[in-house]
Structures are given as structure tokens and as C-alpha cells.
Design a protein around this ligand. Structure first.
Ligand SMILES: *Cc1c(COP(=O)(O)O)cnc(C)c1O
Length: 399
């Protein structure tokens, strides 16, 4: 039987202290103790259910974290102020100076820049590999390797990681498989495929409102305790903490994630099929032409589809810019980075979200100038949207 992430979220029963149908918001940075002894125990990490200080944890953040842990099937989770706050804390917690990371070379530009430019300051080196070739991961392993890092669906090229195979490699060499699942919430459940830690940027589909940044690390109780440790925990000490008011807001948006993902996926598949039939170079994991279509199918929770992200290549940056400007003018979406909004968002990754990656490396990985990344919105009438997009493309001689 397949994993049911949305049921797991639904089955948590949360209510407020006055019987409110939403949990009460903890509007406090610090918490009182009835006895001095309990305060001491809480510092030592021995007083379950007691709150100390909101950078460590807060009721609202725990509610959101537990719902996301239920979604990913982990023991628990820790929310963060942003996706990067979750990623950097996790990697800094898992690695010491002298350690080595193996990362997919097609990842979010911020993560790439952190691994390439920032982590070396702490003598943490990263080998970037083609994650679709697991043998290149094995070949990169050294005695210092601590982490294999990848995105289940990569940004922006939509490559699919074979999480089962990668987790086998990780286990064999006693390293942790850390998966950024931002592009495929609900549809892919990395823990069920053997991952050790799952991270999300909540900024994207999970919150879905483009009104905040946020992140989460889902993992074992032991690992999350490590992150929160007052003496050496990266989340506690680096301080990338989500605010309680925002955690309550993200939790309310999480309630509709399953419905939104189904609509994002339905609309994206519709457009991808049409674009491809029109002869456009289209990449979408739901298309049979996608090199990892079968792999995605074998890893997915089917009811959520292949996700809301697709790319097309219109030949040149100039054409890409013209098309995006025209589509925005016709109110078909916004020329903006980020993803997971109700409205379609589009950008040219080479000059925006992946601009941290040097041009030469962009070429190598197939990140072409004319590439447009779409985060397809929740449009009620996607056929109408398609026809309007098609008109723009015809007008600009793209079709
Ligand atoms: C946006 C994004 C991040 C970073 O998240 P922030 O919330 O912007 O810090 C990390 N990984 C992926 C795949 C993303 O799309």
C-alpha cells in the first residue's frame, strides 16, 4: 500500500486552548517555569513538553513541524526562517571541518553557492556530480564523505534523483542522504525511499501564498534534538528561527496543499502535453519523453501527479524575455522567481535563480539561454490559458 501523506497531516488533531479550531498562537519569546529545577532540566534537554525560549522551540513552531513530519513520515521536524536556513543548519550540523559532501550539480542556486563558496571557509569541500548517474556518486565517495545531497526533482532542469539507489549507496558507505523535496511535496516521499533527512523551502508550494519565506528539516528525533541543542545545535546557534505568527499562518495554508498540488499537476501536465505537441522543447516529468518519466512514476504517490514545474526552450534569451514580458502583459502570470503560487510564475533561470552558477558550468549541465522555467498556477480554465499563451508564442514567431 502506498504512503498517504495528506491523510497523515489530516489525522493530527490540533485545537486551541479555548477550543478554537486552530491551535492557539504562542505570542511569546520566553516562557515561565513553576520551579527553578524544571528550568534547569529544560536547558539540559530533559523536560519534555516545557518551552524555554522561542529560538529553541515554540508551541506554534512545533505544531507546524509535527504536521510536516507527518507529511514526510519522519519522527519529527524543525521549522526554520527560510529554506536556506534549513539547508545550511542541516549541513553545518552533519559536517565538521575536513568533511566532504557529494551534491547534485543541478540544485537551487543558493544551495550551490553555499556549498561552492561558503562551506569551504570551514574546510568543508563539495564534489558536484551528475545525480542521474549514481555511479558518479559512488566514484566521488572519499573517506571524509559525510553527506549525499540532492533535490528529488532538480531546479531548474527537472532531473529526477533515483532516491532508492542513492540511499543504498549512502547506507553502504555510512553517509547521510539529505534530500531537498521542495519541488515535489506529497508526490514524492523521500524517507519512504530511504533518505535520512528531508528538507523543504516552505516558501514555495507548501505555503503557496508567496507571502513569506520559511523552511523545515524533517528527520529523526535524535537529529532534530541535535539541531536544537543549546550547546552545539546549528538551528539553535545560527538562529534561523521562524516566527510563531508565521508558523501559524503556514500551518493554515498547509491544510489545502493536497488540493493545490493536484491542480498544479493537472494544469502543468495539460500545458506540457500541448507545448510538446506544438513542437516546443518541453521538459516535464509527466511527459513520456522525459528521460526519468518511468523513474518518477515508480517513486511517486500517484494522486498528486508530476508537480507544477515545467520548462520550455524558446531558442534564445531574447525570445524568452519577449515571451515572458508579453505573457505578463496579458496577465497569464508574473515574471518572477520562486514557485508554488496560485498564479503562474516564469523566469529565465540562467539569468536569475541559477545565476550563481558560472556560465561555462551552466552550459555543461544543459542550462540553455532560451530556457524558461514555469511554475504553473491554479488556473480554473487551463485550456483558455493555453490558447492565450499560444497566441503570444505565435505573435513572437516562437510557434
Ligand atoms: C527556494 C528554494 C530553496 C531556498 O528556499 P528559501 O525559502 O528561499 O530560503 C531551496 N531549495 C529549493 C529547491 C528551492 O526552490
Amino acid at each position: 500500500m502506498s504512503f498517504k501523506p495528506a491523510n497523515n497531516i489530516q489525522d493530527l488533531q490540533y485545537f486551541g486552548e479555548f477550543g478554537g479550531v486552530n491551535p492557539s498562537i504562542s505570542d511569546s519569546s520566553t516562557y515561565t517555569f513553576l520551579s527553578a529545577k524544571t528550568m534547569f532540566d529544560t536547558f539540559e534537554g530533559n523536560a519534555d513538553g516545557c518551552y524555554l525560549y522561542s529560538r529553541h522551540s515554540s508551541p506554534s513552531n512545533l505544531y507546524l513541524g509535527e504536521a510536516l513530519a507527518a507529511m514526510e513520515g519522519t519522527e519529527t521536524a524543525n521549522v526554520a526562517a527560510s529554506g536556506m536556513g534549513a539547508i545550511t543548519a542541516t549541513l553545518m550540523q552533519l559536517c565538521n571541518a575536513g568533511d566532504h559532501i557529494i551534491s547534485s550539480r543541478t540544485i537551487y542556486g543558493g544551495t550551490y553557492a553555499f556549498l561552492k563558496n561558503f562551506a569551504p571557509k570551514f574546510n568543508i569541500e563539495t564534489s558536484f556530480v551528475d545525480i542521474t548517474k549514481p555511479e558518479s556518486v559512488t566514484a566521488a565517495i572519499t573517506k571524509n564523505t559525510k553527506v549525499i545531497f540532492c533535490e528529488s526533482v532538480s531546479n531548474p532542469l527537472l532531473e529526477i534523483a533515483n532516491l532508492k539507489t542513492l540511499s543504498e549507496i549512502a547506507k553502504k558507505h555510512n553517509v547521510k542522504l539529505v534530500v531537498d523535496n521542495t519541488f515535489s511535496p506529497l508526490s514524492i516521499s523521500p524517507i519512504k525511499l530511504g533518505a535520512d533527512v528531508v528538507i523543504h523551502s516552505l516558501t514555495k508550494f507548501i505555503n503557496g501564498a508567496s507571502d513569506t519565506v520559511g523552511g523545515v528539516v524533517c528527520g529523526t528525533q535524535a537529529f532534530i534534538n541535535d539541531l536544537r541543542n543549546v550547546n552545539d545545535g546549528a538551528s539553535m546557534l545560527l538562529g534561523s528561527t521562524m516566527d510563531s505568527l508565521r508558523a501559524a499562518s503556514v500551518l493554515k495554508n498547509l491544510r489545502t496543499l493536497h488540493i493545490r498540488m493536484q491542480q498544479h499537476s493537472k494544469n502543468a501536465l495539460f500545458l506540457a502535453e500541448k507545448f510538446e505537441a506544438n513542437g516546443l522543447k518541453t521538459v516535464y516529468p509527466g511527459l513520456k519523453s522525459h528521460p526519468a518519466h518511468k523513474l518518477f512514476k515508480s517513486q511517486m504517490n500517484e494522486e498528486y501527479g508530476f508537480g507544477g514545474m515545467l520548462t520550455i526552450d524558446v531558442g534564445s534569451l531574447e525570445k524568452a524575455n519577449e515571451l515572458m514580458e508579453m505573457m505578463q502583459q496579458k496577465n497569464l502570470g508574473y515574471l518572477a522567481v520562486s514557485l508554488g503560487f496560485y498564479k503562474t510564475l516564469f523566469s529565465a533561470p540562467g539569468t536569475s535563480t541559477s545565476s550563481e552558477i558560472p556560465e561555462e558550468e551552466q552550459k555543461q549541465m544543459g542550462l540553455t539561454d532560451g530556457l524558461i522555467r514555469f511554475s504553473i498556477g491554479l488556473d480554473a480554465d487551463i485550456d483558455r490559458t493555453y490558447n492565450m499563451m499560444k497566441h503570444c508564442m505565435e505573435f513572437l514567431n516562437i510557434l
